[in-house]
Write a protein that binds this ligand. Structure first.
Ligand SMILES: NC(=O)C1=CN([C@@H]2O[C@H](COP(=O)(O)OP(=O)(O)OC[C@H]3O[C@@H](n4cnc5c(N)ncnc54)[C@H](O)[C@@H]3O)[C@@H](O)[C@H]2O)C=CC1
Ligand SMILES: O=C(O)C(=O)Cc1c[nH]c2ccccc12
Length: 354
């Protein structure tokens, strides 16, 4: 039996909704972590979770990550995330519209969009039932290229800190996952002279990146042990764990995937002990959130890019603080996020008049 309130109370969630319907058959979990800084924002993932506990844990962890992401990026939004428990082939317009009705009923407390296994077309279908979705209008080219730009800046910040150079000429980078974000990261790296080692479970995607950017293609389970300077995880979460960390030869981890650390404390510490500079996932991958937030308030490309460019300085500050205090970079960034949220709570606190 999952100890529901124990998990939620430990992680500090405000609200968790279990959405259910029989016709169409729908099971979705919407986790709202914290709305101190603004409405909860987080894209929706559709995934065939092996069990309900796995789905709930994913929603809980991803939504907390969104709170920290917004806070570290100085975006006035809170953190939320939703998961629809389904196989991609079970995705129908009816299911998506039923999901949209749940979102609409939250009346703007949760604003969502496209994550794993949803397409922009699916989000348009959801938007037939709710106006609280973003990232469909393609005013800005979608979040993935902006996320990739932020990841590239993060790679440069980590190189400056760890390798004492921002020149990526000849630097070796292993990229895991060549989807919307990973492929764009490869392009920036290629244009800056880096040497690429890549993998994807889709051989076609790997082949494309090999042809475009002269990358060396390796098998998915070989990506961790490549003799490279930088490892850039841009596929799924949980990839930094007790099996993979001992294999790593890179001294920098800088990638887009959410929830990269299997267990935050244990595996964050293992990376620090190995002398690896880890870019906290929710700091380096904030470009997507920054982009959709700007789209929501009226897109201004210059402003959006300025906010993404700040990821560079934010990461340098996190590396420096972590180093000075002897803590993990994950803890250093959490402190920054929690400090901003606490200050906002204090400044908005209105005592009830006697
Ligand atoms: N798209 C965005 O703006 C943002 C994405 N992220 C995160 O970044 C990651 C990538 O996102 P997208 O590129 O949009 O997703 P995507 O679905 O386009 O790409 C993921 C790629 O990873 C590959 N893959 C899956 N498992 C793999 C494995 N075990 N080994 C190697 N390759 C594997 C897939 O075949 C696919 O090509 C996800 O974790 C996502 O949550 C985070 C913030 C924003
Ligand atoms: O960084 C993430 O994990 C996101 O969910 C970012 C994001 C992409 N598309 C969106 C639509 C609405 C809210 C957040 C996002």
């Amino acid at each position: 039996m999952v100890n529901l309130f124990e998990n939620v109370s430990e992680m500090g969630h405000e609200q968790v909704l279990f959405c259910h319907g029989k016709d169409p058959d729908i099971k979705a979990i919407i986790a709202i972590h914290d709305t101190t800084l603004g409405p909860a924002m987080g894209a929706t993932r559709l995934y065939p979770y092996p069990n309900e506990e796995a789905a709930l844990n994913d929603a809980l962890r991803l939504s907390r990550g969104m709170t920290y992401k917004a806070a570290c990026a100085n975006i006035p939004a809170g953190g939320g995330k939703a998961v629809i428990i389904a196989k991609p082939e079970q995705k129908t317009d009816e299911l998506l519209r039923a999901y949209g009705q749940f979102i609409q009923k939250l009346n703007g407390r949760f604003i969502t969009g496209q994550d794993i296994n949803l397409t922009p077309a699916d989000v348009r279908t959801i938007s037939q039932e709710t106006r609280f979705v973003v990232g469909v209008e393609e005013k800005s080219g979608g979040p993935a290229p902006v996320t990739a730009w932020g990841v590239f800046l993060g790679i440069k910040a980590a190189a400056q800190f760890q390798l004492k150079t921002v020149d990526l000429q000849g630097i070796k980078v292993a990229v895991q996952g060549l989807g919307n974000v990973g492929k764009n990261v490869c392009q920036h790296l290629y244009e800056n002279g880096a040497k690429l080692y890549v993998t994807d479970i889709s051989p076609e995607k790997a082949e494309e990146v090999r042809n475009l950017y002269g990358a060396t293609v390796v098998e998915p389970d070989e990506i961790f042990s490549q003799d490279v300077d930088i490892f850039s995880p841009c596929a799924m979460g949980g990839i930094l764990n007790s099996q993979t960390i001992p294999q790593l030869r890179a001294s920098i981890i800088a990638g887009a995937a959410n929830n990269q650390l299997g267990q935050e404390k244990l595996h964050g510490q293992m990376l620090t002990d190995k002398g690896i500079t880890y870019c906290p996932d929710y700091v380096i991958n904030a470009g997507g959130l920054i982009n959709v937030y700007n789209e929501m308030i009226g897109y201004n490309e210059e402003k959006a890019f300025q906010q993404v460019n700040n990821i560079y300085d934010t990461l340098l500050e996190i590396f420096t603080r972590a180093h000075e205090r002897g803590i993990t970079t994950n803890d250093a960034s959490k402190l920054i996020a929690e400090d901003r949220i606490m200050k906002a709570r204090k400044s908005s606190y209105q005592p009830i008049a006697a």
